[in-house]
Each structure stands twice: as C-alpha cells, then as structure tokens.
Design a protein around this ligand. Sequence first.
Ligand SMILES: [Zn+2]
Length: 523
Amino acid sequence: VWRVHQIHQCPKGTLYAEQGPVSSVRSCCFPTTLIALIVFFACAISTAAGQNVKGQDPIGIHLLKHRLMVKPDFEAGALEATSVLTIANASGKEVKTISAILHHMLEVTAANTSDGKALRYTQEVVPMADDKATRVRHVQVALDEPLLPGVSISLEIKYQGRLAGYEDAGRAYLKDRVGREFTIIRLDCFAYPLVCSPSMADFVKSVLWDLGHGWDYLLEVTVPEQYVVANGGKLLGRNHENGTITYTYANMKPAWRIDACIAKYDVLENDDASAKVFFLSGNKVDAQRSLDALMRSMDCYSEWFGPLAGIDGFSIIEVPDGYGSQADVTSILQESKAFKGEMHMLYHEVSHLWNPPTLDANPSRFESEGLACFLEYLLVEKLDNTPGYLEKGLKQRRNGFRAQCRSKPDLKDISVAEYGVRDCTEASYTKGPIAFWLLYEIVGEGAFFDSYKRFRQDCGDKGGTLADFMATVKSVSGMDLQRFADEWIYGTRSSEYLLSDMSLQQVLEVYAAESGDSTESRR
Ligand SMILES: [Zn+2]
C-alpha cells in the first residue's frame, strides 16, 4: 500500500491519506510554486491510463479559477453549494461539452453561463471507469456555443446534498460528512466539481496538471456564528449576518485543491498572523507546541536558505483522528494524534516553501522531496534536541528503499536522475534523504546550506533543474563531487551500497576519501 499525504495512488488507482510517522515510507506532495506543483505519484498513471470517457482530454480543459461558495446545513446533514469554474480550452479543438465529477450524493440543480443563462446538463451516478468501487456523479454541461481553442469561459454549477465519504470504496480516511462536530470539504471526496471524466486515471491526470500549474480559488463558507471555517489560504473577511458568519479565503500560492474544515475551532496565531493553528477544543497545549514548531522551523530555514518572499503564512489545521493527515501548499491538515507527536511532518512540509520550481520535464523530486525528508529529521534532531533522530530516520528510509526494491526489482538499476521518467519518484523519499545526508556530510554543513541558498537565489523565480542543483553544490563547496554524482545521482552504485551490509558511516567514508583526494589534486 502506498501511503502518501496528498494525492496518492496505489496500484489500483486508489487514493490514500498519509498515515503514519517515520515508520512507513512516507511521501508527499508538496509543491510550492507554480511549476513545482508536482505530486508524488506512486505507481504511475500508466497502470490506469488511456481510459478517457467520452473522449474528453482532461489535460485539454484547464481550470484557471474556482470560486466555491458553500453553506452547510448541520440540521439536515447536507450542504448547498455553488462553484464558478473558470476554465480554458487548451485542447486545440472546439469543445461543446464540459465533463465534471462530483460526490455521488451531491445533486446538480443548475448550470449557468457567467451572465446567468441556463445551460442544459445531464447527470448520472456512475462507477469510475477504472475503479468500480468508487461511484461519482458524472455531470455533463452542454455549452450554448462551442468553446474555441485558447478561449476561456466561466460556468456556474449549483449543487446540493449530503456527503457520505468513501469508506466503502476502501478509503478509510474519507469519513467526510456534513455534521455538527466536524465537517470537511475536500478534493479527495469530490465535494466540489472537478473537471474530468469519471475515470481515476483522468482524475489523477488532471490533478497532476493542476499540481504543475495551479489555479486560484476564492472560498466562501457560511456557518452558524459559533463555528469557524479553517483553510490554508489568506483570510479576506468574516461577514456576520443574521446569526451566521461567512468566511472568505483566497489561495496564497497556485492551488491544486481546496480544503475547508468546519468545527468549533480555536485559533492560535503569531503577531502578524503568518503562522496559524486551528485546533479542536481542549488541545491548546499541543496547538501552542505546533505553533512554536512552525515558527521555529520557518526561522531556521530562513536563516539557512534565505528569507521567504511572497508567502503570507502557513496554517496547521487539526482534523479528528482517522481523517488522514494531508498537506497542501500553505497548510497541513494534521490528525489529533499527530498534534501530540514529533514535529517531523510539519518540518517536512514547511521546508517545501523554500523549493524553487523545477524545470525538469519529468522531475525526479529528488531536490524537493529528498531534501525535505532529510530536513525533517535534521530539524527534529537540532531544534527539538533529539540526538540520534536523524540516524534512526535514515535507517528507516534505507529499509524503505530495500522494501521498494523487493516490490519493484528494477528500481535498484534506475538512477535518481531517471526517477521522473521511469515513474519511481517514490524512491526520492527513501534513497533521496540518504543522498542528502551524504552530501551534507561531504561538503560540510555551512557549504550545504549555502549551496541551497545559492540555488534559491539563482533559480528561485525562474526555476531550476536537478543538474542546476548539482552544479551549484559543486561550485559553492568547491569540491569535485564527481564520484558522488556518478554513484548517487546519475548512476546506481548507491543502490548496491544500500542493499549491502555497509553501514551508512562506511558509505560516507568512500566519499570522505574522495573529496580529500580531489582537494589534493586541485592543489
Ligand atoms: Zn514532501
């Protein structure tokens, strides 16, 4: 079972939430910039690809903006919502029908043009073409005139009904309901319309596109006054009216999902509201701990890698146990139990805010995920004063890599640089942090941090490639690093080391000798 904390696909095309602490091979997500929004995607689309329904290319229709208005009715256990979707036709041909999916219990009541003209539509509850256990409502809206290539339009879709999770489809964390205690509106449960065909492969393709490109959202949720709506975006307003309150949020970075959590939250935030924790009652001590950890890690990364530009904040949102911990671009949803535990997952996510966009066509995710997986341990060890945590974490990642090689024997013969092309970026979460640890040890802490700082200065806005990253480390450290690059990035000798009896310390010694030699030869 693949465990990931964003969009996650197992071999059957099932979505999973990230589950556990270090014990499982964890992967994430976490795209921080327009181009870098690329998801960890375990078994590759190829297992389920090519099953477009009705011939709509999900990558051909791009979402540009989603204005989502939701009004839950706790009494009835239902919601009423309106989505205004601004979409662009990038398919290269005329489009006459827009296909979208929704949770099967949500019923569409109207579809309109942006100027209020009613459009014809059909809706039908169907199983996903490639995942029969997952039923969705397939909505097809007939446009009043064909959408020409390169043109965008806005469509308004009104819908209402209940949410009934997807536990019966084998996704235990999707317990999503509309209720007084806790309500969550999220992508995973198709709680709002997603422009794609009713096929898991198309859904994943369109999410992958969104992760790479992003869109804007405006979220407006109206709740009774004693409730709080939590979202990772920027809070634009809270309007009181007749005993209700409407929360308005907008995304701070290009988005690929909208999460709205509704409960009687308490909120802790720092002075300038750049770090925020939404917590469920009774958990103030843990919330303060999380807030402190969030601020501490942001300070730490700023010091190491340079200040962060253009980020208005980061939020931690507590969700009840069982709902899955997940990460978005500027927030994480954290299960109650994770609130009490170590902060490594938080440190991992926060580090992604510093990642430049990737310019690799098929990113290996090494320099984002590999680094984040290394930093999550390093920060626990350093900031939380937990000696031995890094070593323990790396050992688990090594075991994770070995397990991945058992289930996918050719993995050991695939280089890190090829992980993207060969659909095995999951190994950037296992071999990746070990490679980063080696690099950190070989070049020394100062040069290691400076290298990433320089990489961000050079590539922060325009983006960079794995090759750019390696060239930067080489130049900043003044070391040759050829053998390291040959064995860990562009070759696979590293797999032999990880599968052998050598300790990581012994592996390090291989390069300590080498960098010493190269220093000699430079002299
Ligand atoms: Zn990550």
